[in-house]
Design a protein around this ligand. Sequence first.
Ligand code: APR
Length: 263
Amino acid sequence: MDLAPELSKQLDEAARVIVASQHVVALVGAGLSVESGIPPFRGPGGLWTKYGEPDMFGYQRFLEDPKRWWQERITRTPAYQELMEALEGARPNPGHYALKEMEELGFLHHIITQNVDNLHYEAGSRAVTEIHGNYRKLRCIRCNTRWPREEFPITEIPPRCPHCSGLVKSDTVMFGEPIPSDALEECIRQTAMCDCMLLVGTSAVVYPAAGFPVDVKRQGGKLIEVNPMETNLTDLCDVVIRAPAGKALPALVERLRHLSGKS
Ligand code: APR
């Protein structure tokens, strides 16, 4: 693939940093799935750009009247409708497969994804934490048990957990909802071990995810940004790859294969 010299230079540097690192973690955002046809949230074509960002009280409304929330799920907001239609038809793109290959080559130890689209698993990645949940799953908000939607018979509204009778909702984390404790603990554990974080397609404005790269930097780790646009974290990054993930990540894997003699 013929790349602009500057891009090629940044990719060479990124590969060198990754090969020299012990524990590489990717922090993934909606930008990785843009090339799978799923709109991002912010910036050009973003769902929040188009429809406005939801308020922080969605989870509060759910807790106040879970029965109503479950009934209203039938009537979706335009943003939700557009996102769900894009999610249902989406397939992994070369960026997802490149991250899977990096894992197989031993250069990527974990993916912390903010995406709920399930595409990392579909691409074959295994070491994944879905910090904002997975749209195909349901979750008990008390014991964090999760089920594929199709494997949870909804016999009552709101559905209750068979293990602890806790309320069951979509696994997708709502605005105002705490990150499930098991997912958060794993993200913190991975970040603590991380000496190189690959920031792929995230605007890095939503916490706690946006805080992980700062923690990595604070503990002496390196940051590599893969994003066609500048972000809040660009100035903190050691390497900036100003390109779409679907193009940059396969080129990065090519270099990693070459450096490790596996090409
Ligand atoms: N390749 C890489 N990055 C891209 C691409 C691409 N092809 N296209 C767009 N981007 C970048 C944009 O420049 C932007 O920086 O992806 C980023 C998308 O930012 P957001 O839409 O804010 O997505 P994200 O960072 O994942 O948002 C975090 O906000 O609303 C919540 O729950 C939602 O998980 C989401 C969280």
